[in-house]
Ligand binder design. Structure first.
Ligand SMILES: [Zn+2]
Length: 130
């Protein structure tokens, strides 16, 4: 996978979640089919250091995955925010990455949204056109 399509309405919801949580990092899942994102699942960041790290609430994560399955969707991405930038993954982001899907990072400082496969760091293009 070298790109992901995130429709504008979902992109707006992602930014709303990110700015609503600032100065804490937000986290959520993206469900869809193939390269197309069709649903966004905001989760609670339960990291003890939410201003510089994220950890999704376990039960919410399971519920979101179950909701996706109920709609025949797959996990197609995981997003979190960097309230103070940069739009690149931190060392901890790479270390804790466990899923083989793009990790999206919303940099609130510059308004930049980027996606990567982790831990490799290969960048994935994020389009808005369906
Ligand atoms: Zn991060």
């Amino acid at each position: 996978m070298s790109w992901l399509t995130l429709p504008l309405a979902l992109r707006s919801r992602l930014w709303e979640h990110a700015s609503g949580e600032a100065p804490r990092e937000c986290v959520g899942l993206l469900g869809g089919r193939g390269r197309l994102v069709t649903s966004l699942y905001p989760l609670t960041n339960v990291s003890p250091h939410p201003e510089r790290a994220y950890r999704a609430h376990d039960l919410e994560l399971l519920r979101a995955l179950r909701a996706m399955r109920a709609e025949a969707l797959e996990l197609v991405g995981i997003y979190h925010s960097h309230p103070h930038g940069p739009p690149q993954p931190s060392d901890e982001d790479r270390r804790l990455a466990a899923w083989d899907v793009p990790y999206l990072i919303a940099d609130l400082r510059t308004g930049t949204l980027r996606a990567y496969l982790l831990p490799s760091g290969q960048e994935i293009r994020v389009d808005s056109q369906v």
